[in-house]
Write a protein that binds this ligand. Sequence first.
Ligand code: DGY
Length: 322
Amino acid sequence: MAKPRIIVTRKLPYAVEKRLKEVFTVALNPSDQPFDAAKLTSALQYGDGIISTFGDDLNAEILAAGAAGKAQIIANFGVGTNHIDLDAATQNNLVVTNTPGVLTDATADIAMTLILNATRRTYKHETALRNGNWKGFDLVSGLGMALQGKTLGIIGMGRIGQAVAVRAYFGFGMKIMYFNRSKIENVPIPGAQSMETIEDLMEVSDVVSLHLPGGEDNRNTISRARLNLMKNTAYLVNTARGDVVDQQALIEALRAGIIAGAGLDVFADEPEVPAELVAMENVSLFPHIGSATLDARNAMGMCAVDNLISHFSGRMPANKVN
Ligand code: DGY
């Protein structure tokens, strides 16, 4: 029997491409040039399955046009699936899978890095040094905020939110409060307190860290009104998705001193990053690198391949999301 044909929308880690080629007939994307709408459509028309990732705009129109062809499954390389219209995928009989769990630690590490960078103002200090503006050791300039005893407010207490909480509590002595839409059993942090509303959490937190999925349901969860509730000494950290924050309201809150600073790994319209944010010294900015370790990316890729193998062997993929 002919092997299923898998079309891959972006360049993958070497070990993942190698394994994929051992099992399937594969069309890779060695140039790593992102697929436009026409290429995504034809990938769905001519592949039995595709491996897609963040940035591939798999909207209802493309899914309907593509599903008229061969594709049965979209194996997403990544945990977030907000770039895929899941309802449209279901209507067009397309299975969608993701890669949860294997990028939890990598992403939690980056959230913690941003918390430290923002609160210790590392961007400002490092830039001064690199630009030759460091005048030598002193006792008073650019002082940061200690994390010990401060409150970390986590919005979205899933795997990654909990992994950040573990780091912040056990490693840095922070108090943990959180908001999660559904009740979470067995939070692994002594004294972690669940808050009734996001508003309550924003008011009491010294750092707010976002770990909720992107997409329509959570768009602009961090609104102007909610930013206005934060302490003016507090920091906002986002390693989730850019669309969960009203980015313009955040810029204005930072400019007006409504909050003290921010750490951002994701943006509303990637790869666009507003010039106002780039110019701000109290903001640490990363280019969506939450899961960017070789270990995590290999594990994510293998997970996507496992999902494809299950599907084409007639089993339910472990990480089916629709
Ligand atoms: C994810 O897995 O969702 C990361 O943000 C990479 O897309």
